[in-house]
Design a protein around this ligand. Structure first.
Ligand SMILES: *Cc1c(COP(=O)(O)O)cnc(C)c1O
Length: 427
């Protein structure tokens, strides 16, 4: 599949049915799998043979869809998780545990910020947050001897900063650690972070990949490019024997291409159980089949709406990285020349109160915490996803109190603009 273009991979990646096999991917709705002898099953438990035994760890439907996303990102191994939160948690906790440190961009999804700054802190993992536009010196200064990873979002949700992936990758590699990129908003249709030096990619597949607001899910993809053994002292979990798996050393047994995902499956999925349902993986795959078509339309609608808002007297500012006036336009052009995403943010003159009234006046876009699906929707993050943050933390995350996040769906862009014009006229 590797030589096909991204559109073909969206439609056909991950699954090659043989003679007489189903054309659509089968939903293997089974918790368990049958074996002829205990000896055969024992090999699976020892990771001596690969195969299915219990769907908490692996399931054929989920693996088929993970394989498609792996092809889309250009990776060597991938796994689905039950949510984007689980994907981001696993991606970090797989290499950074109690006593370790991680450098992260401060422009993050609210749930990810909470996971890192509050919950993982309680688990003994410390984070240093740097602004995405920090200088190389500031970025270097954030590293410590116990730093194990660098984390950022391609396009931050909801701040919409574009990450300078090469800058973050260079700093990570100088310090012998991998760069993890949450590529949810760009999707591999618009950006493939591995091509710019990222080592691990995560997704909330709940957003554009599913695309229809139908199934919560996540994915982790490994580029296979990070040489764990070259930094074995930093990554004992991958480079020394795992007592819970009969002394297997993941980086030796599964190599650079497979170690990260095998360990995340064998240890973290086994112990935390953030398992996707086969039915959800099937729904996700339906979304992936049209991802390339939908991303183009989401982007075109967002560009039309952002351009309209920019010229409107009741709008104080507009943030959309594909607008030439945007501060991250150059970065967006470099990393996403064919388009960014369908999400824009802006401020309505009159602050919080005007924002709430504007949103109540909309008829097409519904007020939802969701983004990135076929139906347009909007949200006031300071009042919703980010309400646990104080004003200082909001500012660091790039979220001002008047910010409205508007997710352009797949409707007609003129209808969207008329609806917005009408809502603005009535405040
Ligand atoms: C939504 C989102 C997440 C969390 O994903 P869930 O599927 O809701 O758990 C993580 N990162 C980004 C960028 C998101 O937009």
């Amino acid at each position: 599949m590797n030589n096909y273009r991204i559109e073909t991979k969206c439609v056909q990646g991950g699954y090659r049915p043989g003679n007489g096999e189903p054309r659509q991917i089968p939903i293997v709705q089974s918790t368990t799998f049958k074996y002829a002898s205990s000896a055969e099953m024992g090999k699976l438990f020892d990771l001596e043979a690969s195969g299915y035994f219990y769907s908490r760890l692996q399931n054929p439907t989920c693996d088929t869809v993970a394989a498609k996303i792996c092809e889309l990102e250009g990776g060597t191994a991938a796994m689905l998780t039950s949510s984007g939160q689980a994907a981001n948690f696993f991606s970090v906790f797989n290499i950074a545990t109690c006593g370790d440190h991680v450098v992260s961009s401060s422009a993050l999804y609210g749930g990810t910020y909470n996971l890192f700054a509050v919950t993982m802190k309680k688990m003994g993992v410390e984070f240093t947050f740097v602004t995405p536009d920090c200088s190389e010196e500031e970025l270097r200064a954030a590293f410590r001897p116990n730093t194990k990873a660098v984390f950022g979002e391609t396009i931050a949700n909801p701040a919409l900063n574009v990450l300078d992936i090469e800058k973050f990758a260079n700093a990570a590699h100088e310090h012998g650690v991998p760069l993890i990129i949450d590529n949810t908003f760009a999707t591999p249709v618009h950006c493939r972070p591995f091509e710019w030096g990222a080592d691990i990619v995560t997704h909330s597949t709940t957003k554009y990949m599913d695309g229809h607001g139908a199934a919560v899910g996540g994915c982790i993809v490994d580029s296979g490019n990070f040489d764990w053994m070259a930094h074995a002292d930093k990554f004992p979990g991958l480079c020394t024997p795992d007592d819970s798996y009969h002394g297997i050393t993941y980086a030796e047994k599964f190599g650079q291409a497979g170690a990260f995902i095998t360990k995340a499956t064998a240890q973290l999925m086994r112990d935390f159980g953030c398992t996707p349902a086969p039915q959800s993986a099937f729904i996700l795959n339906l979304g992936l089949e049209s991802l390339h078509v939908r991303m183009k339309r989401h982007y075109e609608n967002a560009l039309a709406v952002a351009t309209y808002l920019e010229g409107h007297e009741k709008i104080s500012w507009v943030r959309f990285p594909s607008l030439p006036s945007d501060g991250d336009y150059a970065l967006a052009q470099k990393y996403m020349p064919n388009g960014t995403c369908g999400v824009i943010s802006f401020g309505v003159k009159g602050g919080r109160e005007a924002a709430e009234r504007f949103m109540a006046n909309l008829h097409i876009a519904a007020i939802e915490t969701h983004v990135a699906d076929a139906r347009s929707c909007c949200l006031h993050p300071a009042n919703a996803t980010h309400r646990q943050m104080n004003d200082e933390e909001l500012a660091a995350a790039g979220v001002s109190p008047d910010l409205i996040r508007f997710s352009c769906g797949l409707e007609n862009s003129e209808d969207l603009i008329e609806d917005i014009a009408n809502a603005l006229a009535n405040i």
